[in-house]
Ligand binder design. Structure first.
Ligand code: GLC
Length: 581
């Protein structure tokens, strides 16, 4: 078996996520594409990232923006050609960066050849999918009721009756995304072939979409409540570790950088997925920290972020993964999430006084970039992009947002209330065109963009920020650079610290590396205030030791007050401060 990546390699790397549809359009059709990415590689090099994860660009009916793949080993003409792809891999490599691809192997599109052949009656391909008889069916041809009460991720039943199959098929996501049956060895082999195909084309790593949902429970039965609990039931299923090990070995990717997207997962399983001895994945995305503003756990009900809970989740996952020798992917944003600045800096992201969006963005970045793990930057995050706050539901494109808008209205919400919720929770919040400049459509396209640009692009854009001292972009560059320069950031132990009763919205942790190279700090103290008012941190015990000797490594305000005698550090609204010894 080849060698897995070392903690130092993982800990000194930074990944950039590109949502291809919205990144850069080279041909004016309003959709980003592969040549567009090539044209921005110098920008990514300037930012300093090591790997570029690109969301799916395979042929797809685009019901779920490419996460409904109809051919895993080809390129959708809207995004370019195989030659464009090869050029991208070569050009990235020339600049010292690697390409990571997004493998959507939990389900196919219903237009994939496998599903089409199942529909045509080929027994071999029927066995690729999860087919069941209906409840209360009187026999062939009578659908009866869905086999269980499971709800799919985008609203509505997770089962669809298909007369051509004479069965219901399972879809954990959209009706056009039938789940593959991973108990079938032929499916597992076919998926490994797909990964190997791209590995052989020079890809350096992979992200695996909802990969902890591949092993369904042995008995498929009702879940308590409304049916949305099926996600937790299916997550981390009975054979998931075994299937992953097999996939990694067969595809020959053990030495590569890999990340699994883990729905409704837990710490114990993520330790197993990522402990090098398991030979499964380099790291996992978990999402508990991005649910702290869900009211009673419900995504489509608004609440202010619960910072005490956020702190608890971070400390459990940071210290827990460390104890189990696992590894976290560190992130606030991706193509499924509203923009973190809008979430944590005051709901809606609008109405900020002057420059506080910038303070919030820098504080959030500091909070994750100094943690143990591998940071991910989602396109535009490094510029401070926010939710767009579109005025009408017609401006949204996402299948989930549109479904839930309808469900909320059916449930009695007014159109204005439902729009408000969508504007804060939509996946489209993260999918607006990348803001390259103050030109028309933020310089993303010369045509009509497939989705509208956020209104703040004239102020928040790459051209306005590059090389400008104090800008968000330059701040991110510094964070990326520090991770490479300082071993304590890449490899240090992590320990969460109590910030005291007068700082309830501060997240504080230490990084320690006793044998740091000479001239480098051995200890960092990271203080991040999620408070929109000033507050006073009070450190005690080991955390306060040597405060008088600490230097400031990084800060987001010029003036600060530290009293080593009492262990007091005063923080401004949304301030981030990193002290080093
Ligand atoms: C993942 C993707 C998301 C997609 C879903 C189904 O969560 O990130 O965009 O809709 O899987 O493939």
């Amino acid at each position: 078996m080849s060698k897995t990546m070392s903690k130092h390699d993982l800990g000194s790397s930074v990944v950039y996520q590109i949502y291809i549809k919205s990144f850069c359009d080279s041909d004016g059709d309003g959709i980003g594409d592969l040549p567009g990415i090539v044209s921005k590689l110098d920008y990514l090099k300037y930012l300093g990232v090591d790997y570029i994860w690109i969301t799916p660009f395979f042929p797809s009916p685009q019901r779920d923006n490419g996460y409904d793949v109809s051919d895993y080993c080809a390129i959708d003409p809207a995004y370019g050609t195989m030659d464009d792809f090869d050029a991208l891999v070569a050009e990235a490599r020339r600049r010292g960066m690697g390409i990571m691809l997004d493998m959507v192997l939990c389900h196919t599109s219903s237009e994939h050849e496998w599903f089409q052949r199942a529909l045509a009656g080929e027994e071999r391909y029927r066995r690729y999918y999860i087919l069941r008889d209906g409840r209360g069916s009187s026999g062939p041809g009578d659908p009866g009721e869905p086999p269980t009460n499971w709800q799919c991720a985008f609203g509505g039943s997770a089962w669809e009756w298909e007369p051509r199959l004479g069965k219901w098929y399972l879809h954990m996501h959209d009706v056009s995304q039938p789940d593959l049956d991973w108990t079938n060895p032929e499916v597992r082999e076919a998926c490994a072939d797909v990964v190997r195909f791209w590995r052989d084309r020079g890809v350096r790593g992979f992200r695996f979409d909802v990969v902890n949902l591949i092993s369904k429970p042995e008995v498929i039965e009702d879940v308590p409540g409304s049916g949305s609990a099926c996600r937790a039931l299916v997550a981390d299923g009975p054979h998931v570790h075994e299937y992953l090990q097999e996939l990694v070995e067969r595809a020959g990717i053990d030495g590569m950088i890999t990340v699994g997207e883990m729905a409704a997962t837990n710490l114990e399983n993520c330790v197993r997925y990522t402990n090098p001895a398991s030979h499964e994945l380099s790291m996992t995305f978990s999402f508990h920290h991005l649910k702290v503003d869900y009211k009673d756990g419900k995504k489509w009900e608004l609440a202010d972020p619960d910072i005490a809970r956020l702190r608890q989740i971070f400390s459990d996952w940071q210290e827990g993964m460390q104890a189990g020798e696992g590894w976290n992917a560190l992130f606030w944003n991706n193509h499924d999430q509203p923009r973190a600045i809008s979430r944590f800096g005051g709901r809606g992201g609008a109405g900020y006084p002057d420059t506080s969006w910038e303070k919030v963005g820098k504080m959030l970045a500091t909070c994750t970039h100094f943690m143990q793990g591998t940071p991910y930057i989602f396109q535009g995050e490094e510029l401070g992009m926010t939710n767009p706050g579109y005025p009408s539901i017609d401006d949204y494109r996402d299948v989930e947002s549109k479904n839930y808008y309808r469900i909320m209205i059916e449930g009695g919400k007014s159109p204005a209330e439902a729009l408000r919720v969508v504007s804060e929770r939509s996946r489209d919040d993260g999918r607006t065109p990348m803001q390259w400049s103050a030109a028309a459509h933020a310089g993303f396209t010369t045509g009509e963009p497939w989705i509208g640009v956020a209104p703040n692009y004239e102020r928040v854009n790459a051209e306005a920020e590059a090389g400008v001292e104090g800008s968000m972009l330059e701040f991110y560059r510094r964070l990326v650079c520090l991770r490479k320069e300082l071993d304590v950031v890449a490899e240090g132990a992590v320990r969460f610290v109590d910030a005291g009763p007068a700082a309830p919205k501060v997240i504080a942790y230490e990084r320690v590396l006793e044998d740091a190279p000479a001239g480098q700090p051995k200890r960092l103290l990271v203080l991040c205030s999620f408070d929109n008012e000033p507050c006073a941190v009070r450190l005690s015990g080991a955390a306060a030791e040597g405060l008088g000797d600490a230097g400031v490594l990084l800060g987001t305000y010029p003036r600060r007050l530290i009293d080593p005698a009492s262990g007091m550090v005063a923080l401004h609204a949304f301030e981030a401060l990193v002290l080093a010894w």
